[in-house]
Design a protein. Structure first.
Lengths: 794, 332
């Protein structure tokens, strides 16, 4: 086209980014990407390689080492060997390395960006303007945490070797989200990139070598699921951090269950994008472009579910269509495109199939008349209207450039629709009414809530999900705990600190003992008989039957969970009000001190002084958590643009608690008090030996203004009831103190709904110890952090 | 408050081609509920140009387009007939002939969109531009602050039109915006429009003095309702002049007005646009938000004085492959 013709047509033309340097980079490596372990490039043990391709053209970019068991062993061994030395460095020394990595990423930013777009298919504009700058930011930010870890996070230590498995949609960005905090906290890393996208991880390894990072601190394991599985199963790996599909997340949850490996999962989503009628609709349209037509919609937190108020639905959808018609789909390396190629033909087929299904189920599919390149994996921007909650596409993640739209009538209905999902990764809320925005944000089940913006990320703010979108946070202070363990955790005991009485009844037991009152279950603030109609015998320390207590079962757990779910008012009330109730409980417990002291002595065999001391400690503990209700504050993160990023600590909701069997009233209160202080409602299964203390305790609750359903007490066989709690889908968290097998069961069952679990792997707390028995970790486990991004400016 | 968007009917009104915007009844419900989210607007404005990359021949053609949309302007206390003559000759022949020939665009007869002067210099400009097809625009109504009586403002418009100005760049009363007197603003602009007669009216909002983007959007609506042919950001004399966020808000108002009435209102960012790269960013914004129909001097102008010089250097660079120098290009 001549200049004159262009002057008339005002077309954009093509603006290809040069790939020459990237091609040289591949060529200089013989077009082979190798493992990196112990500071050395390593051939695959099997000698096998697989191809990695440019999805925009189908061209083969390189051969990738196909990792398996032996490669994994080598990488983990290198990381293991390097771990003590790395952990022993000062924070400042580690900070210098991370800072150097950040600098190198910036210095080679264009090579990183071009490699990323070639390998993944994303537009060069995105890798250049979004991915790579954020990568550098993550290393800078965490260099800072390395520097100040000892001062800011005293009493913690690194985990050792960390295995990290990342997806193909943001290859280098996900690597940085995982590697930077792990190294900053003093761990060594084995990183397993996705098989489609290994290139930038190899360049990252080169940079680590260039800056002189000690051998074995960062190791790269290439390959597919085999390598990942071997990494997950490796006994030397102390933690697995995974980003990817919920399906694989479940497998990992089960595979690591009971092993004591820490686990964080950042999984799929079907994130709502809520538009109220007073929103700036033109800005909403651009928000949608950034939400679902960013990275071809291959974004775990993509705003893929548009919920728009009926009054503006027609207008908004018309505007969206006009905007969609302007989106340019083209070669990933063209600087003038909006959307590039999807990652692989398999993914293209999945998207195609799901859209077809959406149409079959009554959705109205709309695509602009948009030119797609003839070859390569391209899919047009797509809008599907007339989708209902019952539609498959309203529930299932598509992971492509496909927006589904639904309408709502009221603010409350928008929240209900938004939360009508198994996922809970992110949500976007558009309104010019701050009252509405700040009312809605806390009600959404989502780890990130973006007010009048979308897909905002930063190293200083935690990112992660609720429900089946996984657990754990990446970024911010909250993300650091995922790579640390408390010193006291290593000091937990292999043997019970308070030995169980053994409780084999002495001979010649008869039912002739005096049973002075009937212990019951405590559900919804009422004393109820167990559904099954069975009772168990309670023994004193000498093994004599002293009373009977109800044998709760499956249906009692069901009723208790229902009651707990209904008691939402407790979560919504002010921290001050909760504190008042906790203090009142302490007051009433003390008023009945003599009775409880006798019971403690009777069941534990402690003398009166010992029993009295336990009661005193119980009251002190309640005071601690009453105090903390309004002091475990949320945080405002310093993210680098004009907004307030609220890292809001929220109650999980309903937590199941299997109290420590060996610890009596102190074990019970040490576990339930932090949970309810933070606004959770609990279903607690008390120690069997000390069941009568729990059934005595509900009488204290009855006189303490505690709303019904906040604490529900189900006595019975702890093992059996643990299984019921673990299998219940409407419990957000489950804390378990019991056996190693029980811990494994809890973690395995949690895979179904991605419950937050906290288990002891058969080890024992010293509940009198101020570290093991109470503290910040109890509050942290009782809460989840939601980051709410609120840009401002008029 | 009712939002304009809730009144909006699906489907656009019939397009009126290049008919002049006649204005409409004062209808406050069309803009009263408007809310502009500044952060979101800034985000779009900050990324819009990075989404499109215009290189080589395309860049050349786009720069020529930008050039053809310039209101080549001098608005200084020391303007003289001599200075204005020089400016007018530059408007007629903005780029060295050898460069245009070398680029193969000699027969495009490129000239600037208009010449923009104070009232006292209209006549000399009109006479210098005779036969060129280049209109003379005059700033008016007590430009730049507009703090003179309405009667005098109207008299100034009449005088400028009589002197041969084909375009009148009026300034709105910022006080009417800041005090929420939208009806008063409407009546004022409507009176200007009538005073302009056949001359086209560009309404300068002085966006840098309107406090909020929401005010900018509302003022845009009121001016269009009152019959503006163009809405324009700034006088060039405010501390903040044309910006991409202001522009985004204004062109979205134009788009919505077109959707509602079928009439196309033009857009003129003015003040502070001096780089070829910035000019391209504005053209991209217009193309993306309004469409190709607006990409020409009939509906888009730059109010600029030094932009032309940078475009000339870029054009020579395209031709020779060497970075150019300012002295190689005739001054205005």
């Amino acid at each position: 086209m001549s200049i004159k013709e262009i002057f008339a047509s005002m077309d954009y033309g093509k603006a290809p980014e040069s790939t020459a340097m990237a091609e040289q980079w591949y060529a200089a490596r013989d077009n082979k990407l190798l493992h990196f372990a112990g500071g050395q490039w390593q051939q695959p043990a099997s000698g096998e390689f697989f191809e990695t391709r440019d999805p925009a053209t189908g061209a083969v970019l390189a051969q990738v080492a196909d990792g398996a068991q032996e490669d994994t062993d080598r990488a983990v061994a290198a990381a293991s060997k390097a771990a003590p030395g790395w952990a022993a460095l000062s924070g400042h020394q580690r900070a210098r390395y991370l800072y150097a990595i950040a600098r190198q990423v910036q210095k080679h930013s264009r090579l990183f960006a071009v490699l990323e777009s070639l390998d993944n298919g994303k537009p060069i504009r995105e890798s250049r303007d979004i991915d790579i700058p954020l990568v550098a930011r993550h290393f800078y930010y965490h260099a800072g945490w390395a520097q100040v870890r000892d001062r800011e996070l005293p009493g913690f230590q690194p985990l050792g070797v960390v295995g990290q498995i990342i997806p193909w949609n943001f290859p280098l960005l996900m690597a940085s989200w995982k590697v930077a905090p792990a190294l900053a906290m003093g761990n060594t890393v084995v990183l397993k990139p996705a098989e489609f996208t290994s290139s930038t991880a190899v360049l990252l390894a080169e940079i680590c070598a260039e800056v002189g990072l000690p051998a074995g601190v960062f190791n790269l394991l290439l390959g597919d699921g085999k390598a990942g599985q071997a990494l997950v199963a490796h006994p030397e790996v102390k933690k697995i951090a995974f980003t990817g599909s919920t399906e694989v997340g479940r497998i990992l949850r089960k595979a690591t269950a009971g092993t004591g490996k820490k686990l964080t999962l950042e999984l799929g989503g079907k994130s709502p994008f809520i538009v109220y009628e007073d929103a700036d609709l033109d800005s909403v349209v651009e928000g949608l472009v950034d939400a679902i037509w960013f990275n071809q919609g291959q974004v775990c937190c993509a705003g893929s579910r548009l919920l728009v108020q009926e009054s503006v639905a027609a207008t908004l959808l018309e505007k969206v269509k006009v905007r969609m018609a302007k989106l340019v789909v083209g070669d990933s390396l063209d600087k003038g495109i909006d959307m590039g190629a999807v990652v692989d033909p398999v993914q293209l087929q999945t998207i195609t199939d799901l859209v077809r299904l959406g149409a079959q189920e009554g959705g109205e599919v709309w695509q602009p008349d948009c030119k797609l390149p003839e070859n390569g994996c391209f899919y047009p921007p797509t809008l599907i209207t007339d989708v209902q909650p019952a539609s498959t596409l309203a529930q299932e993640e598509i992971f492509g450039p496909v927006l589904v739209a639904m309408t709502f009538r009221t603010p409350a209905e928008a929240v209900a629709l938004a939360n009508n999902s198994r996922y809970g990764l992110a949500a976007s809320v558009w309104t010019e009414n701050i009252n509405l925005a700040l009312d809605v944000a806390p009600k959404l089940k989502a780890g990130s809530v973006w007010i009048n913006c979308t897909n905002a990320f930063d190293a200083a703010a935690g990112f992660g999900g609720y429900r089946e979108s996984g657990f754990g946070r990446e970024g911010g202070r909250e993300g650091l705990y995922e790579y640390l363990k408390a010193d006291w955790e290593t000091a937990l005991h292999a043997q019970a600190v308070y030995p169980l009485s053994g409780a084999s009844p002495t001979e010649k037991q008869s039912t002739a003992v005096s049973i002075d009152r009937t212990a019951k279950l405590y559900i919804g603030g009422r004393q109820v008989r167990p559904d099954g109609g069975y009772s168990l015998q309670a023994y004193d320390a000498a093994g004599r039957v002293v009373a009977e207590y109800p044998k709760g079962a499956r249906k009692d757990i069901r009723d208790a969970v229902e009651a707990a779910c209904k008691a939402e008012g407790w979560t919504l009330t002010t921290a001050h009000n909760r504190a008042q109730v906790l203090y009142f409980i302490a007051e009433n417990l003390e008023a009945r001190g003599a009775e409880f002291t006798r019971r403690i002595a009777q069941l534990s065999g402690k003398d009166e002084a010992g029993a009295g001391a336990e009661l005193a400690l119980c009251i002190e503990r309640i005071y601690t958590y009453a105090a903390m209700t309004d002091k475990y504050d949320s945080q405002v993160h310093s993210t680098p643009f004009r907004n307030v990023t609220l890292a809001m600590k929220e109650a999980l909701g309903v937590i199941g608690i299997v109290a420590p069997p060996e610890a009596g009233l102190l074990g019970l209160l040490s576990t339930i008090m932090p949970a309810i202080a933070m606004g959770n409602r609990v279903v607690v299964v008390p120690s069997q030996q000390y069941a009568l203390l729990a059934t005595d305790f509900y009488q204290v609750l009855d006189t303490s203004d505690l709303p019904g359903g906040v604490i529900n007490i189900i006595t019975g066989d702890q093992q059996e009831l643990t299984a019921e709690l673990a299998g219940h889908y409407d419990i957000e968290g489950l804390w378990y103190w019991g056996t190693a097998e029980g811990s494994q069961l809890v973690e395995t069952e949690a895979a179904a709904t991605m419950k937050r679990t906290w288990v002891n792997y058969g080890r024992f707390h010293d509940w009198e110890d101020s570290q093991q028995g109470e503290g910040e970790v109890f509050l942290r486990k009782a809460t989840e952090i939601k980051n709410i991004w609120i840009p401002y400016g008029e | 408050m009712t939002n304009v968007l809730t009144l909006r009917q699906p489907g656009a009104s019939k397009d009126r081609g290049l008919e002049r915007n006649p204005g409409m009844e004062y209808t406050p419900e069309l803009f009263a509920g408007l809310r502009i989210n500044r952060s979101a607007v800034e985000r779009r404005a900050g990324t819009i140009a990075r989404r499109r990359s215009i290189k080589k021949d395309h860049q050349t053609a786009w720069l020529l387009k930008a050039l053809s949309c310039i209101d080549l302007t001098t608005l200084a206390g020391d303007d003289t007939p001599g200075k204005v003559k020089r400016l007018c000759r530059k408007a007629r022949q903005p780029v060295r002939k050898d460069i245009l020939a070398g680029l193969g665009v000699a027969d495009l007869n490129i000239h600037t969109g208009a010449v923009c002067v104070y009232h006292n210099l209209i006549e000399v400009a009109v006479s210098e531009l005779e036969g060129s097809g280049i209109p003379v625009a005059a700033v008016s109504t007590g430009f730049p602050a507009g703090q003179i009586p309405l009667k005098m403002k109207l008299a100034q418009i009449h005088a400028s039109v009589a002197a041969g100005a084909k375009e009148i760049d009026i300034v709105i009363s910022r006080a009417k915006v800041l005090t929420g007197d939208w009806k008063g603003l409407y009546e004022e602009v409507k009176a200007y429009r009538e005073a302009c007669g056949d001359a086209h009216i560009k309404t300068i909002l002085a966006t840098g003095e309107l406090a909020t983007l929401t005010n900018v959007a509302k003022a845009s609506w009121v001016c269009m309702m009152a019959g503006a042919d163009f809405i324009k950001t700034s006088t060039g004399k405010e501390s903040v002049n044309a910006t991409l966020p202001f522009s985004l808000v204004m062109v979205r108002a134009i788009r919505e007005y077109h959707h509602l009435t079928g009439y196309k209102v033009g857009y003129k960012p003015a003040g502070g646009i001096s780089k070829a790269k910035d000019a391209i960013a504005y053209l991209v914004l217009i193309k993306e938000e309004l469409g190709n129909d607006w990409l020409g001097p009939h509906l888009f102008r730059f109010g600029a004085s030094s932009l032309l010089g940078d475009i000339e250097r870029q054009l020579e660079h395209r031709l020779t492959g060497k970075y150019s120098a300012q002295y190689r290009h005739p001054m205005s």
